[in-house]
Design a protein around this ligand. Structure first.
Ligand code: CP3
Length: 349
């Protein structure tokens, strides 16, 4: 197990299901989106430019910690940064998401996914992690996109509702699919190891769109690759979180990929999720981000229901069931943090 100055934080202790008093809380996509101070420093142009500027990226990483008093920061970056950095040709369009000029379509496209050398390809990520960690008094979470979710952008060419091209490749040319997934797993591993080396105290693997798959598709096409990423990240000793949306039917398999923590979206109550993943894992989730838009009292009531569903279990990190939605009121999110801190107690086992 690695030791860092954050080993005794509520967040790291909750990831490891170790005793602590207060339920820790942070929000996926807490940096950016709803904060006016984000818009003030974000600048115009592609988000990739802001990510490549450690001054701005470290500041944006810190903003939600100052504003909300959350128990962890998440690196300001994006899941497509490694693919962009090796020259695949990805941009991120505000309000839309990642777009690819020449989508992945054939074997020859593998050549556009050479290995990542974080020191020379993404020195700005390393620098941002270092600076943020130096300034933070809570753990920094590093992250990567899981091979499937990144593949879906590269193959579809942009955000997709049905992931039809991705699934066609997965079932139509299994050999090429696995080679693509291997390359993307290598990118994720290199990126995660560099972030931990620079000071990240935990990592999250975002497989946001894994819920688009049947259990059998997930088992054959995806799980082995995500497991390889998590295994490599596990060598560092920092806790690992594995998250996707709409994953109720594959939560057991996601848990088996090896992370200490399984992220749960808002469709599955925490107590039901705990049955599905078994006793050896912590859970993270799962307030519906849309409820934050409803009203402060609705959000606080829903937060209390999430805490109740956890029932004081020590292996629990409070989060949203997916990322902060644009238009969320920062004051409501701040109140949710307060409710979790005031009322989220961990029972002694
Ligand atoms: O969590 C954080 O606040 C830290 C930074 C972070 C970003 N993207 C910055 C970002 C993280 C962890 C991500 C992960 C990410 N990126 C995921 C997985 C999480 C999830 O929401 O499921 C995915 C699927 C992406 C791909 C992506 N990037 C999309 C779909 C979008 C567009 C939609 C939108 O407006 O959020 C982006 C752009 C992006 N990445 C923004 C930010 C702050 C937004 C806008 C901008 O300023 O250009």
């Amino acid at each position: 197990m690695s030791s860092s100055r954050f080993d005794d934080s509520d967040f790291v202790r909750a990831c490891r299901r170790q005793p602590h008093e207060r339920v820790p809380v942070w929000f996926m996509r807490q940096a950016g989106r709803s904060l006016p101070e984000y818009r003030a420093v974000r600048g115009t142009g592609s988000i990739l430019d802001a990510i490549a500027d450690p001054d701005r990226a470290a500041e944006i990483t810190l903003q939600p910690v100052r504003r909300y008093g959350v128990d962890a920061a998440i690196l300001f970056s994006d899941i497509v940064v490694p693919a962009h950095a090796v020259g695949f040709g990805v941009d991120v369009v505000p309000g839309t998401g990642p777009v690819v000029e020449r989508p992945f379509a054939a074997r020859g496209d593998l050549d556009r996914l050479r290995p990542l050398d974080p020191g020379s390809d993404t020195p700005y990520v390393i620098e941002t992690v270092r600076r943020a960690v130096e300034m933070l008094d809570v753990p920094l979470i590093g992250f990567a996109g899981a091979p499937f979710t990144v593949a879906s952008y590269l193959v579809e060419g942009g955000p997709s509702r049905h992931h039809e091209r991705t699934k066609s490749l997965m079932v139509g040319d299994e050999a090429l699919w696995h080679e693509l997934m291997d390359r993307l797993a290598d990118l994720a591993i290199a990126s995660l190891l560099a972030q931990v080396e620079a000071g990240a105290a935990a990592v999250q693997l975002f497989d946001s769109w894994a819920g688009a798959l049947s259990p059998d598709q997930y088992r054959r096409g995806v799980a082995p690759h995500s497991a390889r990423v998590l295994e490599a990240a596990g060598e560092t000793g920092v806790p690992r979180i594995h998250f996707g949306v709409g994953t109720g039917e594959i939560l057991d398999q996601m848990a088996d990929c090896g992370a200490e923590v399984v992220g749960v979206d808002f469709r599955v109550p925490i107590d039901a999720a705990r049955q599905r993943v078994g006793p050896g894992r912590a859970l993270q989730g799962n307030l519906d981000p849309a409820v934050v838009l409803a009203s402060e009292s609705a959000a606080c009531d829903a937060a209390r229901a999430v805490l109740a569903s956890n029932g004081g279990h020590p292996g629990f990190i409070f989060n949203l069931g997916h990322g902060v939605l644009p238009g969320s009121d920062p004051d409501v999110l701040a109140r949710v943090v307060q409710v979790v801190h005031d009322e989220g107690r961990v029972r002694c086992e």
